[in-house]
Design a protein around this ligand. Sequence first.
Ligand SMILES: Nc1ncnc2c1ncn2[C@@H]1O[C@H](COP(=O)(O)OP(=O)(O)O)[C@@H](O)[C@H]1O
Ligand SMILES: [Mg+2]
Length: 210
Amino acid sequence: MILIVASQKGGAGKSTTATNLAAEFARLGRDVVLVDADAQRSAARWHADREAASIVPVIACVEKAGNIRTTLLDLDGRYEIVVVDVAGRDSAEMRTGMTAAHKLIVTVRPSQFDLDTLPHMQALIDQARDFNPDLEVRSLLTQVPTHAVASERTDAGEYLADYPELKPLQTVIYERKAYRDVIGEGLGVVEWNNPKAKAEIQELVAELMA
Ligand SMILES: Nc1ncnc2c1ncn2[C@@H]1O[C@H](COP(=O)(O)OP(=O)(O)O)[C@@H](O)[C@H]1O
Ligand SMILES: [Mg+2]
């Protein structure tokens, strides 16, 4: 199964989502490969830190730029789960990745700036569907302030409802220091000491695999 994490904004939590998903799949004993298709190399650097610290379980990581379709299809034959991290803009990697993926997770912060990118994302999804009619798309609210009045999340949810193709996942990722702390350690929050963050990622994986 190829699972691509994308958004049209940098800082929208793509690499955080991709690395944490990979860590949880690995913890569950699933045969996972993490694909870094972003020249910023956030996921690859996370992976290098993980290797340098000899953290187990070991996670495979592949870096690929440009047209990633063939690479993803090949990896899909060799691994159970392929988690793909792409750049936060309209890129060849995002477009070609979406033609190969089974599931697309669109990360969205509950800010108007992120929400403003959804019409274009919807258009990209429509184009990808010409090649990949079965592409399953879900949006994921991330970095939701824990102190926020509930209305912030509700407003974003209502906005997302205008894009039926971007059906929000029930799981919501909140703004938590743990997500920042684990990155430099090469760890996932499921391998860390914050039970709330751990529960979020476990809930996300369960929902994606349901
Ligand atoms: N849920 C979260 N809680 C706290 N910080 C987060 C969370 N998600 C991401 N961050 C931080 O926000 C920044 C951008 O996240 P990142 O995953 O790199 O976004 P992207 O890959 O979409 O550019 C990073 O510094 C990351 O540590
Ligand atoms: Mg990134």
